[in-house]
Design a protein around this ligand. Structure first.
Ligand SMILES: Cc1cc2nc3c(=O)[nH]c(=O)nc-3n(C[C@H](O)[C@H](O)[C@H](O)COP(=O)(O)O)c2cc1C
Length: 236
């Protein structure tokens, strides 16, 4: 039995949550705004993940559904974490988005987080199931090389800007609904990937990808904590 189940895009219906809690499973939920964090807190989550706009992969957005209007409103981790921490009281907050070294870890803790969630920095570890084209694209990632797109799945997600995002414009009201949007691109994706191109692939990445180090996942975890601890002793 998993000790924790973490939900993206809101929560399942209350009956299912009650059954999970009854057998001792902790429930985590992802919030991209203070309103979403309050919504999760009201439904009894054990921790709130505050996902800032820097984060790679799908936005956890669930209280609004207009990708065109909402893309430019997404809140950065630095602004989101303390506001979520203030809003949810005693519920632990897990900071996510743009954290890829000890500086980010310590900053998140100072902002009011109890823990951090790291995604992009693990994509280049040997344990990750990251595809060859995705790994190659991450090697040349820059701070301004990502954007939100809903073209690849139907929901907004941050990824490295590739051909389909550049040529169609990364966000479109015409994208098919989640999760079917990728199906239309599948033949193009397969052909491009066979030629080692990520033109039509979901090359998810956060804005701090260039900080990632190719080393085993356990080493990443230990290094991030050691760096944060050294900084804490220096500054606090
Ligand atoms: C390739 C990739 C896949 C992800 N898949 C999920 C997922 O299935 N469920 C989820 O809750 N979050 C998922 N995330 C989001 C992360 O949990 C997290 O919010 C984010 O990676 C943190 O920001 P960072 O990428 O800057 O570290 C994913 C992120 C990436 C990069």
């Amino acid at each position: 039995m998993p000790p924790v189940i973490s939900f993206h895009f809101g929560l399942p219906e209350a009956g299912l949550l009650r059954r999970l809690k009854a057998v001792g499973i902790k429930i985590w939920g992802c919030a991209t705004t203070v309103a979403e964090a309050r919504w999760l807190a009201e439904r009894g989550v054990d921790a709130v993940i505050a996902q800032g706009a820097e984060a790679g992969g799908h936005r956890g957005i669930f209280l609004t559904d207009d990708p065109v209007r909402d893309a430019s409103k997404q809140i950065g981790t630095l602004a989101l974490v303390p506001q979520v921490a203030d809003a949810v009281g005693d519920i632990p907050v897990i900071a996510a988005g743009g954290i890829a070294d000890g500086r980010g870890v310590l900053a998140a803790l100072v902002l009011g987080a109890s823990a951090v969630q790291v995604g992009t920095a693990f994509l280049v570890t040997p344990e990750a199931a990251t595809s060859a084209v995705h790994r190659a694209a991450l090697k040349t990632a820059t701070d301004d090389g990502t954007a939100f797109t809903n073209l690849l799945s139907g929901r907004p997600a941050r990824g490295l800007i590739n051909r389909v995002m550049a040529e169609l414009g990364p966000i479109s009201r015409d994208a098919p609904a989640f999760p079917t949007a990728g199906a239309a691109l599948a033949p193009l994706k397969a052909k491009a990937e066979a030629e080692s191109r990520s033109d039509f692939s979901s090359v998810w990445s956060g804005q701090a990808a260039s900080l990632a180090v190719e080393e085993p996942a356990a080493d990443v975890t230990r290094r991030l904590w050691a760096e944060a601890e050294a900084l804490r002793q220096h500054f606090l």
